[in-house]
Design a protein around this ligand. Sequence first.
Ligand SMILES: C[S@@+](CC[C@H](N)C(=O)[O-])C[C@H]1O[C@@H](n2cnc3c(N)ncnc32)[C@H](O)[C@@H]1O
Length: 229
Amino acid sequence: MHLPEKTKPFRIRSFIRRQGRITQGQQQALAYHWDKYCLNPTKDYDFAKVFGRNAPLFIEIGFGTGDCLAKIAAENPDHDYIGIEVHRPGVGHLLMLLEQQGLTNVRIYCHDALDILEHKIPDHSLSGVHLFFPDPWPKTRHHKRRIVRTEFVELLNKKLKTNGYFHAATDWQNYAENMLKILSSVTGIINTSPDGSYCDRPEYRPLTRFEQRGIRLGHGVWDLIFKKI
Ligand SMILES: C[S@@+](CC[C@H](N)C(=O)[O-])C[C@H]1O[C@@H](n2cnc3c(N)ncnc32)[C@H](O)[C@@H]1O
């Protein structure tokens, strides 16, 4: 049944909007570089036109400060990247990095990644999706806020090309186990780990800020990489 917009069930968000501390550099980057790199979530884009070429397209969801995304993009100039993050200071930080490094293969949505994936990304268009250290929502009553749910993985599966991959990493064991269960239950994607569980961190994934904080606190790290067949 098609529900009119008003009566559509409310979707639980995987984030809480917080302004947080913003540096002068981030503020300036938002003011000066927004138009150059940020995409409008209400518009439809032909990404080949946006980047001016046809290159493999990757998405990073929840890039935080964007250090990891900028590093991967710099090391892979033949790939194009779309970063999606709701936290404006983080977007400002990535804008600074893109401008400082002169990177031309990254664009940004400052918006809920689920909305963008569902409405703005064509099916079978992505070569890869990165989700590094999503908010773990450790309390049981908050697990419903975790971004990795069956519907999310099914949506990703629709957006990936054949042989495209989904790479998630977390430092929260219970979330890792939960992700493994959910990912393994969705048909059309297969685990790339030889023993059907977790992978070693691939060389292309640098340590992220959130991960380094977790490591200082003694947390483990789990990488999961599933491929669309
Ligand atoms: C725990 S942080 C990790 C940041 C970064 N990946 C790292 O490892 O340092 C998770 C990030 O995901 C963002 N986030 C959570 N849900 C999101 C969503 N639905 N769309 C876009 N960003 C989201 C949050 O704002 C936050 O910056």
